[in-house]
Design a binder for this molecule. Sequence first.
Ligand code: PLP
Length: 349
Amino acid sequence: GSGGGSGGGVIHATASEAVLTAMVAARARASVGAPVGAEFTAYASSQAHSSVVKAGMVAGLGREGVRAVPVDASLAMDPAALSRMIDDDQRAGRRPFFVCATVGTTSTGAVDPLGPIGEVCARHRTWLHVDAAYAGAACVCPEFRAMISGVEQADSFNFNPHKWLLTNFDCSLFWTRDRAALVDALSITPAYLRNAASDAGAVIDYRDWQIPLGRRFRALKLWFVLRHYGAEGLRAHIRESVRLAEVFEALVRADARFEVPVPRSLSLVCFRYRGPEGDAGDEANRALVKALNDSGAMLITPTVVPVGPGAVDRVVLRMAIGGPFTREEHVRAAWGRIQEAAAAAVRTS
Ligand SMILES: Cc1ncc(COP(=O)(O)O)c(C=O)c1O
């Protein structure tokens, strides 16, 4: 709620809107006292979701206004590199104002280190937005909360119950520490929206916290999910997804023709087909994805990420588990299909 403190939350439709509104609020805050025409720059890791760059495009920073910060071997943002990039931009007369850290990247579930990133943001007076669109759901379990350690320094935080918390699209929870920055950036009151309650400050006008005026009653379905499952039910769902991902990971690791090139993250397992000789390339992996998806038995979304000692871009397959009806037998059956499809691909190549 937005009761006592200076923060508050609102339910957006998507994480894309959340990062855009955070960016606009951050820029409004940073504009106070900034020279006219200052070039505002934002930062997110090279593994951040495309919605951050899109927010920059919509907000008028342009694609180039959102810098891609290098990542380490685990594909998490390198805070030292972030600090250097911000310093360089400041020296060049630009105004760094916004950093988006990702907890659970789309491709591999990598977790940017919020503690060190928050320190860089504090030093440079930039807004820290945390995009936990997928992985945020895992925070219902105490044992997974270490991944957001340092979140106290965030200016805004977002996660999507519509991804992994059993809620129908759309439902994206957005919280900000500084609701005044958001409202200052987005409020506009034409005559037809004026009313006594708003003028008296007796109500919260959520239109000032988001892009659209109209609002769906998204809280209702989330309330039903919370009531139906309860905290323990939600925890059980998350824990079972993670357990099934562990089962899948073990199956992949036990087959020498496959590899797990980046660590499993929660319920996401990234894997690659190496082939019997260990030399199967990206084309073989793309063919494998096509065969599996064409079969209709599963849907695998591939991605391309830098892996291995040389950080070479490679196609990897993503097994993402999180449906309430997924059982261990389904995961084992899926793995059987993957093995068969891989063997068939070798026979026909
Ligand atoms: C880390 C991350 N951020 C943002 C998004 C975008 O989510 P939305 O569709 O809610 O805008 C995704 C979607 O895959 C994501 O994985």
